[in-house]
Design a protein around this ligand. Sequence first.
Ligand code: SAM
Length: 251
Amino acid sequence: LGTLYVVATPIGNLEDLSPRAARVLGSVDLVAAEDTRHTSRLLRHLGLSPAMLSLHEHNEAARVEQLDERLRRGESIALVSDAGTPLISDPGFVLVRELRMRGRRIVPVPGPCALVAALSAAGLPTDRFLFLGFLPAKGGGRRQRLEALGQHTETLVFYESPHRIRDTLADIATVFGERRLVLARELTKSFETFLDGSASALLAWMEADPDQSRGEFVIMVAGAEARESTDIASLEADAIVKALLAEGVGV
Ligand code: SAM
């Protein structure tokens, strides 16, 4: 029986492709890719030209039999998405679920993932977090989803596109008020930026510099329990107390 390798690819910086990922992509019989044209650019960069097949949300279920048949013939297959780790807000779940139910060998080849990269450098609690993928595209549904998350104590992590980043920040400001937020933009790319502040402050900043709303975003919001120590207002209060103490003022 063959193996399905679930291979993570770069989220911007090609140097993030692991040597193991490159070796696997160069040795499999077939690469199943979300967008074959997109992935062939990466493969060309590696000097590879393997057989390819598209696997995206609209044909994933229909591909299961075909790919399982190839595994049963002893072929090996690499599953990749356009960027980062397959199945993480990307296609692959249906295929992996079905193949695992059939007892096939499925091997992860770990690597880049925007949510992990963002959390690793944000400075928000990472011991417990809730990854929520993309919020609903429409304002009403989005605010409802955010309201339902209000009491969660875990750090909340969302993916967002440049088209909706401002609307989403406006809704977060409405629902979460001054709660601390860290925005990771264009991770691993030339214009990588981390912004830290309340949603309304970040929105005002983006409106002042429209370039800041371009690119790809991970939004991280402090959990409810952490509010006391991570509210912008209380951070400022802490800074004032420290300044007064430094000046020797009794407080
Ligand atoms: N599978 C990918 C992963 O492992 O992160 C995520 C794919 S999802 C369709 C695309 C979203 O991931 C983007 O809209 C953005 O929210 C986030 N993302 C991907 N690359 C990013 C980057 N370089 N910087 C910031 N966010 C990124």
